[in-house]
Design a binder for this molecule. Sequence first.
Ligand SMILES: [Zn+2]
Ligand SMILES: [Zn+2]
Length: 334
Amino acid sequence: MRFALATIAAISLSGCGWFVLEDQSTSPESSPADDELALPRAEQPAQCPSEGAAVQILGSGGPIAEGGANARAGTSYLLWIDGEARLLIDAGSGSFLRFAQAGASIADLDAILLTHLHADHAGDLVDVLNSGGFEGRAEPLAVIGPDGAPRFPGTREFLTRLLGKQNGAFSYNGGYLDGTENKPKLQVTEVKTQGGAGAVEGLFGPGDIAATAIPVNHGAAPALGYEIHVGDSLLFITGDQNAFSETFDGMITATRPEIVFAHHVINGEDGQPRGLHRTPAEIGQLAGLAKAKRLVLTHNMERSLSRIESGLEAIGASYDGPVSVADDLDCYAL
Ligand SMILES: [Zn+2]
Ligand SMILES: [Zn+2]
């Protein structure tokens, strides 16, 4: 979005209209301040295409409310097929507004997939549902998410605490739990995560979409990544995970996915919260393991973006494919 880096390598990808960064070090008039950095960003269409499949990033940020040029919603993605938003993946803080800006509708969704229940991934879920309650959808709506652990309710309990008619914080929306009051019933699937060692779980398909939940290690938080097949395209969404996510490594190895969406939360320096997240070097190792055709960095934060040059270098040690940094509402056609 917003910065210019002097020496970043040109990044291109055929068939997807990728933005090629120019070396701006030779253009004094346009030289940025020394503390500004260029982010390699894919060229963006005016909106996601109305035909074919695309992934739109509703929220490209993290848990810290960062202002100015780095203001981003928390994690959220949409999978579009032929102009309909079919999957909502996470609904982090701020994604309610992005969901509306994207023109998505609860009525069109096949399912909501949750990677985990940190607020920057699920904080706006109740708002998205609240808005969807005005659409009059009758068909049940699948919700997939992780099981529980100390201090983390499982997905079913999480929804009950939010929406339950007896004791829910927003009990007036309790119709979502039993399909009454003109609300679609939420059909919840909880996936056993076991600190990333749980079994993978096929969710739905065959059809035009098939998805598999993959347990990952995200410290104390039960967490999932997702493998999604859309037609002939294969995608992986890492969710928040650290490098002790062997099940995910096994699933992604040599699959040649079209895109790996990886969460770029920390830089590689000391003092970063390594118990929860992959470093840029570890993201590069994952993308290299997958032989991914593209790597998209999202869940971006100031602490990771401010060192984007060293981050890209660390990624490049293990991965030589194209890398782009996502912004809110970016769209990646498949
Ligand atoms: Zn998290
Ligand atoms: Zn997060």
